[in-house]
Design a binder for this molecule. Structure first.
Ligand SMILES: [Zn+2]
Length: 256
């Protein structure tokens, strides 16, 4: 009897969560898990990363990151996320990341490039954009589909084969262990830029500072090693041009 019960439940779970819409851009997304499941994984991965890294005790830097982060979170309009902004003490790492559910971290090595609060606001808002648009869940779903293929996934689920169960577990496992290392797609990066520049403007930070941040990063990389943020966030003239094209729209939300 039990197998007749499991199948409809599983299918309904998949169908219920399969479609989502990204904020700001309105892009349709295929996401095979619930936001709650995603957030639980995000929290788990966050705690793991923070336990392995040195969390900064610099009260000045912490105060600035919290202040800017909470201003961005306030305009993100996502009350069910428990936003957290942590500073990781690593001057040689110019990077930042966001995990599902609103868990954000910046490495101190990125601060020379963000330069001031407006630069930091763009980086944090970009990361908040990844979380809001559920890019982590989208990527996990892609992993699942890559492993089985759409057809294979449907058949495996219909037969509730051990492979389907394993693929789902693996998909989650992949996401929680390498979720931070695996870069987002170029399309997700542009989308996070788009959401980010609007959010920073709404939070009262000058959106004209967003491309300036990338220009500083590119200049930094021409002088020596490539900042980590650039290896997962390819910055080129094209990205800067797209960002500049968003400024007029963002300026509508900006009040000093
Ligand atoms: Zn990004």
């Amino acid at each position: 009897m039990r197998r007749y019960y499991v199948l409809p439940v599983m299918l309904s779970i998949f169908l219920l969560h399969a479609c989502a819409t990204a904020p700001v851009t309105g892009r349709s997304q295929l996401i095979l898990m619930s936001e709650q499941e995603e957030a639980a994984l995000g929290l788990q991965a966050y705690q793991q990363v923070l336990s392995e890294q040195k969390v900064s005790k610099d009260s000045q830097v912490n105060a600035m990151v919290k202040k800017v982060g909470l201003r961005i979170a306030a305009v993100a309009d996502k009350r069910d996320y428990n936003w957290e902004f942590t500073v990781i003490d690593a001057d040689d790492t110019a990077n930042a990341f966001a995990l599902p559910g609103g868990k954000v971290a910046v490495y101190t090595g990125i601060l020379p490039y963000t330069k001031d609060e407006a630069g930091l606001a763009f980086v944090l808002a970009h990361e908040v954009g990844h979380a809001l648009a559920r890019h982590g869940g989208e990527r996990m779903s892609e992993q699942l589909l890559i492993q089985l293929g759409q057809q294979g996934l449907n058949i495996a689920i219909a037969n509730k084969s051990p492979e389907a169960i394993q693929a789902i577990n693996l998909g989650y496992g992949i996401a929680s262990s390498v979720g931070i290392v695996l870069p987002f797609s170029r399309m997700q990066e542009y989308e996070a830029d788009n959401i980010g520049i609007i959010l920073m403007a709404k939070a009262g930070y000058d959106p004209r500072e967003a491309p300036e941040f990338f220009e500083r990063m590119m200049k930094g990389s021409s002088h020596g090693s490539t900042p980590e943020f650039l290896s997962t966030h390819p910055a080129d003239e094209n990205r800067i041009r797209r960002l500049k094209a968003l400024i007029p729209e963002a300026m509508k939300y900006y009040h000093e």
